[in-house]
Write a new protein. Structure first.
Length: 169
Protein backbone atom coordinates (compact mmCIF):
# COMPACT_ATOMS: atom_id res chain seq x y z
CA UNK A 1 0.00 0.00 0.00
CA UNK A 2 2.82 2.45 0.84
CA UNK A 3 4.44 1.64 -2.50
CA UNK A 4 1.21 2.55 -4.30
CA UNK A 5 1.06 5.91 -2.54
CA UNK A 6 4.72 6.55 -3.29
CA UNK A 7 4.17 5.74 -6.99
CA UNK A 8 1.08 7.98 -7.10
CA UNK A 9 3.05 10.80 -5.54
CA UNK A 10 5.93 10.38 -7.98
CA UNK A 11 3.53 10.30 -10.93
CA UNK A 12 1.79 13.46 -9.74
CA UNK A 13 5.14 15.21 -9.32
CA UNK A 14 6.29 14.09 -12.78
CA UNK A 15 3.06 15.33 -14.35
CA UNK A 16 3.47 18.66 -12.56
CA UNK A 17 7.01 19.07 -13.89
CA UNK A 18 5.86 18.10 -17.39
CA UNK A 19 3.08 20.69 -17.20
CA UNK A 20 5.55 23.43 -16.23
CA UNK A 21 7.93 22.44 -19.03
CA UNK A 22 5.14 22.39 -21.63
CA UNK A 23 3.83 25.77 -20.41
CA UNK A 24 7.32 27.24 -20.63
CA UNK A 25 7.88 25.90 -24.16
CA UNK A 26 4.51 27.10 -25.52
CA UNK A 27 4.72 30.44 -23.70
CA UNK A 28 7.59 31.46 -25.96
CA UNK A 29 5.31 31.12 -28.99
CA UNK A 30 2.55 33.39 -27.73
CA UNK A 31 2.85 36.88 -29.20
CA UNK A 32 2.68 39.60 -26.56
CA UNK A 33 2.57 43.38 -26.54
CA UNK A 34 5.99 44.70 -27.63
CA UNK A 35 6.74 41.72 -29.88
CA UNK A 36 7.18 42.02 -33.61
CA UNK A 37 4.20 40.43 -35.33
CA UNK A 38 5.19 37.09 -36.86
CA UNK A 39 5.33 36.81 -40.64
CA UNK A 40 2.18 35.54 -42.31
CA UNK A 41 0.72 35.05 -45.75
CA UNK A 42 -2.93 34.43 -46.55
CA UNK A 43 -5.27 34.93 -49.47
CA UNK A 44 -8.10 37.36 -48.72
CA UNK A 45 -11.61 37.05 -50.12
CA UNK A 46 -10.80 39.79 -52.62
CA UNK A 47 -8.06 37.56 -54.09
CA UNK A 48 -5.11 39.51 -52.67
CA UNK A 49 -2.36 37.62 -50.90
CA UNK A 50 -1.73 39.45 -47.66
CA UNK A 51 1.55 39.42 -45.75
CA UNK A 52 2.78 41.29 -42.72
CA UNK A 53 4.85 43.48 -45.02
CA UNK A 54 1.67 44.71 -46.78
CA UNK A 55 0.76 46.58 -43.61
CA UNK A 56 4.05 48.27 -42.73
CA UNK A 57 3.35 52.00 -42.58
CA UNK A 58 -0.25 51.34 -41.52
CA UNK A 59 -1.86 50.42 -38.23
CA UNK A 60 -3.28 46.90 -38.44
CA UNK A 61 -6.18 45.60 -36.36
CA UNK A 62 -5.86 41.83 -36.80
CA UNK A 63 -8.81 39.87 -35.44
CA UNK A 64 -9.08 36.08 -35.14
CA UNK A 65 -12.68 34.84 -34.94
CA UNK A 66 -15.18 32.09 -35.76
CA UNK A 67 -18.88 32.03 -36.60
CA UNK A 68 -19.72 29.78 -33.63
CA UNK A 69 -18.09 32.16 -31.12
CA UNK A 70 -20.72 34.30 -29.32
CA UNK A 71 -18.30 37.14 -28.43
CA UNK A 72 -17.18 37.18 -32.10
CA UNK A 73 -20.79 37.79 -33.12
CA UNK A 74 -21.03 40.73 -30.70
CA UNK A 75 -17.75 42.31 -31.78
CA UNK A 76 -18.28 42.12 -35.57
CA UNK A 77 -20.32 45.38 -35.70
CA UNK A 78 -17.68 47.12 -33.55
CA UNK A 79 -14.90 46.09 -35.92
CA UNK A 80 -17.00 47.27 -38.84
CA UNK A 81 -17.44 50.66 -37.12
CA UNK A 82 -13.67 50.96 -36.63
CA UNK A 83 -13.09 50.08 -40.28
CA UNK A 84 -15.63 52.61 -41.57
CA UNK A 85 -14.27 55.43 -39.43
CA UNK A 86 -10.54 54.87 -39.90
CA UNK A 87 -10.08 53.10 -43.26
CA UNK A 88 -9.01 56.32 -45.00
CA UNK A 89 -6.69 57.34 -42.17
CA UNK A 90 -4.11 54.54 -42.31
CA UNK A 91 -5.86 51.89 -40.18
CA UNK A 92 -6.61 48.48 -41.70
CA UNK A 93 -8.98 45.99 -40.09
CA UNK A 94 -8.43 42.35 -41.06
CA UNK A 95 -10.61 39.50 -39.84
CA UNK A 96 -9.26 35.95 -40.00
CA UNK A 97 -11.84 33.23 -39.47
CA UNK A 98 -10.80 29.79 -38.29
CA UNK A 99 -14.07 28.29 -39.53
CA UNK A 100 -13.79 24.98 -41.35
CA UNK A 101 -17.03 25.44 -43.33
CA UNK A 102 -16.94 28.04 -46.08
CA UNK A 103 -20.74 28.40 -46.21
CA UNK A 104 -21.01 29.40 -42.53
CA UNK A 105 -18.16 31.85 -42.93
CA UNK A 106 -19.73 33.48 -46.01
CA UNK A 107 -23.14 33.69 -44.30
CA UNK A 108 -21.54 35.44 -41.29
CA UNK A 109 -19.77 38.00 -43.50
CA UNK A 110 -23.01 38.65 -45.37
CA UNK A 111 -25.14 38.81 -42.20
CA UNK A 112 -22.98 41.57 -40.71
CA UNK A 113 -22.28 43.23 -44.07
CA UNK A 114 -18.56 43.22 -43.29
CA UNK A 115 -16.65 45.53 -45.59
CA UNK A 116 -13.22 45.13 -43.99
CA UNK A 117 -10.80 42.52 -45.31
CA UNK A 118 -11.80 39.02 -44.27
CA UNK A 119 -10.47 35.59 -45.02
CA UNK A 120 -10.77 32.05 -43.81
CA UNK A 121 -7.84 30.14 -42.32
CA UNK A 122 -9.38 26.75 -41.47
CA UNK A 123 -6.01 25.22 -40.61
CA UNK A 124 -5.47 28.12 -38.14
CA UNK A 125 -1.92 28.54 -39.45
CA UNK A 126 -1.85 32.29 -38.89
CA UNK A 127 -3.55 32.25 -35.49
CA UNK A 128 -1.16 29.47 -34.44
CA UNK A 129 1.82 31.61 -35.50
CA UNK A 130 0.54 34.27 -33.08
CA UNK A 131 -0.01 31.68 -30.35
CA UNK A 132 -3.73 32.40 -30.32
CA UNK A 133 -5.52 29.91 -28.13
CA UNK A 134 -8.80 31.73 -27.36
CA UNK A 135 -11.05 33.60 -29.70
CA UNK A 136 -11.86 36.27 -30.37
CA UNK A 137 -8.34 37.57 -30.14
CA UNK A 138 -7.35 40.93 -31.58
CA UNK A 139 -3.88 42.35 -32.13
CA UNK A 140 -3.21 46.01 -32.81
CA UNK A 141 0.04 46.23 -34.76
CA UNK A 142 1.73 49.59 -35.28
CA UNK A 143 3.25 50.99 -38.47
CA UNK A 144 6.59 49.33 -37.70
CA UNK A 145 5.06 45.87 -37.23
CA UNK A 146 5.12 45.81 -33.41
CA UNK A 147 2.17 44.56 -31.35
CA UNK A 148 0.98 47.51 -29.26
CA UNK A 149 -2.21 45.98 -27.90
CA UNK A 150 -3.56 42.46 -27.51
CA UNK A 151 -7.20 41.90 -26.65
CA UNK A 152 -8.47 38.46 -25.70
CA UNK A 153 -12.26 38.22 -25.71
CA UNK A 154 -14.69 41.00 -26.35
CA UNK A 155 -14.72 43.51 -23.53
CA UNK A 156 -14.06 46.69 -25.47
CA UNK A 157 -16.02 49.38 -27.27
CA UNK A 158 -15.28 50.73 -30.74
CA UNK A 159 -14.99 54.33 -29.56
CA UNK A 160 -12.29 53.43 -27.00
CA UNK A 161 -10.25 51.52 -29.55
CA UNK A 162 -10.77 54.27 -32.15
CA UNK A 163 -9.28 56.84 -29.73
CA UNK A 164 -6.23 54.62 -29.19
CA UNK A 165 -5.86 53.97 -32.92
CA UNK A 166 -6.09 57.68 -33.79
CA UNK A 167 -3.15 58.29 -31.49
CA UNK A 168 -1.13 55.82 -33.60
CA UNK A 169 -1.88 57.36 -36.98
Amino acid sequence: MNTDKLLQGLMAAALGVLGVVLWDVTRDHVVQVGDTAPPFSIKADNGMTLTRENFLGKVLVLNFWATWCAPCVREAPELEAIHRELKDKGVVVVGVSIDKKDEKYKAFVKRFNLSYLTMRDPAAAISDSFGTYRIPETYVINKEGKVIQKIIGFDWKAEDLIRMLKAQI
